[in-house]
Each structure stands twice: as C-alpha cells, then as structure tokens.
Design a binder for this molecule. Sequence first.
Ligand SMILES: Nc1nc2c(c(=O)[nH]1)N=C([C@H](O)[C@@H](O)CO)CN2
Length: 128
Amino acid sequence: MFHTQSDVVFIKGLKVEAVIGVYEWERAITQPLLIDIALETDISQAAISDNVDDALNYKAVCDDVSEWCQAIKAKLLEHLAGQIADKLLEKYATHKVTLSIAKPTAIKQADAVGVQITRHAKAPSNDA
Ligand SMILES: Nc1nc2c(c(=O)[nH]1)N=C([C@H](O)[C@@H](O)CO)CN2
C-alpha cells in the first residue's frame, strides 16, 4: 500500500533495565537501555474523535517494549532492535518503525553506544 500521510507517534528516552551483552559478565547483571521509537501511523481519526481507542497508544507501546527487552535477554543490540521492530509492526497500526537502542554505560569513554534501525511492514501479497 502507498502511504501519503507522515504522522508519527514517538517515544523518546524510554529507560529499561535488561540483561544485554555478549560477554559472560554481562549475562549476570542488568544494564540500562535508552530507547527512542518513532511509529508512522495515521492519527487523523484520533485527532477528530479525541478518543484514545482510536490512537496508537504510546503507553501500551512503552509497556510492551519494556517487557520484550527484559524477556529477550539479547546478546547484541542489533538482535534486540530487530526483534522489537518486528513485534511492533505485527501488533500495532504502523507501517514504518524507526527504533534506536543505546547502552549509556557500556563504554566509559562514550556518552552512549547503540544501534538505530528502520523497518517497514511487508506489502500485502497479491496471491489469492
Ligand atoms: N555493534 C555492536 N557492537 C557491540 C555490541 C553490540 O551489541 N553491538 N555489544 C558489545 C558488548 O556487549 C559491550 O556492550 C560491552 O561493553 C560490544 N560491541
């Protein structure tokens, strides 16, 4: 489908404590993650109705993403970001997700390190 609108629901600086990392010592602790999410969606119905049931609910997204990060216990940020983007596209009314996940305490000499990815919903197939 071709999307002409470019409305976005966003979340900035979502803080999650989770098991993350490739080294053995990292598997035994939790570390802070800072997550930014932009979900492209059509907000026009919610803008008219003023009803949260018509909106892509950012509180629900925050709760889900926190739970998924803690459950996945990924080694690489790349794996975690890919899994979360796929789940958001599957569960929510969004056709494009941009997600960045930072580890603010991983590298002493850096404010933060991390990854940013953009994923699109698969186009519906024409197979009957
Ligand atoms: N591109 C990546 N590089 C690294 C990652 C990662 O997830 N993606 N992870 C680590 C370690 O877990 C690191 O955070 C420990 O300081 C190293 N490089």
